[in-house]
Design a protein around this ligand. Structure first.
Ligand code: SF4
Length: 327
């Protein structure tokens, strides 16, 4: 990538959900779904975010898009902090930032035709006249590999992969700059996954899109990403260029995740690292490094002090007390 212009800068973002309890349903604690996360997304790139379910990655995506209100932190998009903007001021930015959801069937209104689904955001934003909107619908259907006749059909008449193509077409209706894919291929058959990933890559080039791609599947994220962030219990454990993360993971959690991925090349096979215990509850995360209850390298300091992300060279950052010197 020659151009390294920031499109989005997330600073110390937190999203806590209150936990209610007792007769009076008072707030007795918080689920820290996103807990002090900072990263940047550069124009034209794809940043992949991986983590187990419960790591907070989907909440992170929804909070960045302001589908959820952040508890704290900044979401700076093209220089404007969106974190505290209210409805009217937020509206102009909404069209620039779109989401492709995991389950296309649940996210498409079954009572609307495909044409109406794709047209709807243009009507809401009072964009174009009826004839122009129909032309745009047909054009977008073509871009995602569906025939013009698809516009008069309903979501249930399509396969999972085709429905995700419709979801992608709808996300592109407003000519967004930034698209978040929240597990966009996880519900699809493996054979269809690569077709949809390839389509997303083609559209990225054609429409000059920037992606935040959220998934639990490391091979899917590897396929599409330029850089990758690894989340554990609401925090970033490691972030860096794809090749650094996959070829030279530094954080013990990243190493464990990657050791579970089958590699065809015998020379590069890693010994599988078995993590002890279950993922702790984000309502009650361990003190110090939140990974210390499962980490094979845990030592005294890990139980006491939370590690911050430290640069380890060539854009690779890791939050682990094994790496104390910035490079
Ligand atoms: Fe493991 Fe300690 Fe590093 Fe956390 S800080 S990942 S517990 S070695």
């Amino acid at each position: 990538m020659s151009e390294r212009e920031k499109l989005l800068e997330v600073k110390h973002l937190k999203k806590y959900f209150p936990v209610k309890g007792g007769m009076l349903q008072r707030t007795v604690g918080h689920v820290k779904a996103v807990d002090d996360v900072s990263f940047e997304v550069y124009k034209g790139e794809t940043l992949g975010i991986v983590g187990e379910s419960g790591s907070g990655k989907s909440t992170l995506g929804r909070t960045v898009l302001r589908l959820l209100d952040p508890t704290e932190g900044e979401i700076v998009f093209e220089g404007m902090d969106l974190a505290t903007l209210k409805n009217r001021k937020l509206r102009p930015y909404r069209k620039d930032m779109q989401m492709v959801f995991q389950d296309p069937f649940a996210s498409l209104n079954p009572r609307m035709s495909v044409g109406e689904i794709i047209e709807e955001p243009m009507i809401v934003q009072k964009m174009l006249n009826k004839k122009q909107r129909m032309e745009k619908v047909v054009d977008l259907l073509g871009k995602v590999g569906l025939p013009a006749e698809a516009r008069s059909k309903y979501p249930h008449e399509f396969s999972g992969g085709q429905r995700q193509r419709i979801g992608i077409a709808r996300a592109l209706t407003m000519n967004p700059k930034f698209v978040i894919g929240d597990e966009p291929v996880s519900a699809l058959d493996v054979s269809v996954q690569s077709q949809v990933l390839n389509l997303m890559e083609d559209l990225q080039e054609e429409f000059h899109l920037t992606y935040l791609f959220i998934a639990h599947d490391l091979s899917v994220v590897k396929h599409i990403s330029d850089r990758v962030g690894v989340m554990y219990l609401g925090r970033l454990a490691e972030i860096g260029p794809k090749n650094k993360i996959y070829d030279n993971p530094l954080h013990p959690y990243t190493q464990a995740l990657l050791s579970a991925v089958p590699v065809p090349d015998v020379e590069r096979k890693r010994e599988k690292i078995h993590l002890k215990g279950e993922l702790p509850s984000p309502a009650n995360p361990p003190a110090g490094c939140s990974f210390h209850t499962r980490c094979p390298e845990a030592h005294e300091r890990c139980r006491l002090e939370r590690p911050e992300l430290i640069h380890q060279g060539e854009g690779q950052y890791v939050a682990c007390h094994l790496y104390t010197t910035e490079k």
